[in-house]
Design a protein around this ligand. Sequence first.
Ligand SMILES: [Zn+2]
Length: 142
Amino acid sequence: MRYTYKRDRNFEQRFFDELVIKFHGIKSKKLINGYPAYKIECPYCKKRGAVMGTSKNKETFYLLCPHHLCASGGSKVLDKVIKDHANSDMWESWREGHWIDNYAWFGIKSQTERIKGESKTFKEKQQLKSETARIYSANSRN
Ligand SMILES: [Zn+2]
């Protein structure tokens, strides 16, 4: 498999907290699976009454929305909520922290080579340009 998905509740907690604020969360008196839950404004249907809490296996977080015909389909795992509603910075750091690219070294290596190759070509082009300009001005002087 190309990517390995790494679950880490401590890592996910700060994303959960950020989204709770983003969705105007209010701490619920009830716990979900033994952890604090928050009443939020559902990002999928924009209605209040949705809840964010910890999943049953306590490894990740969930968004639950009771509204009929909500685009969330009733529940969404945190990974999906971030993909759908977090800003790109948040999505980037989430992705970096979760998905371990098994071929990362390979990708980085070939990318570096490509960049080097491109910059060499650019340098060569520049040299060629100045060379041409030099010849051109020399010719026009004659
Ligand atoms: Zn909803």
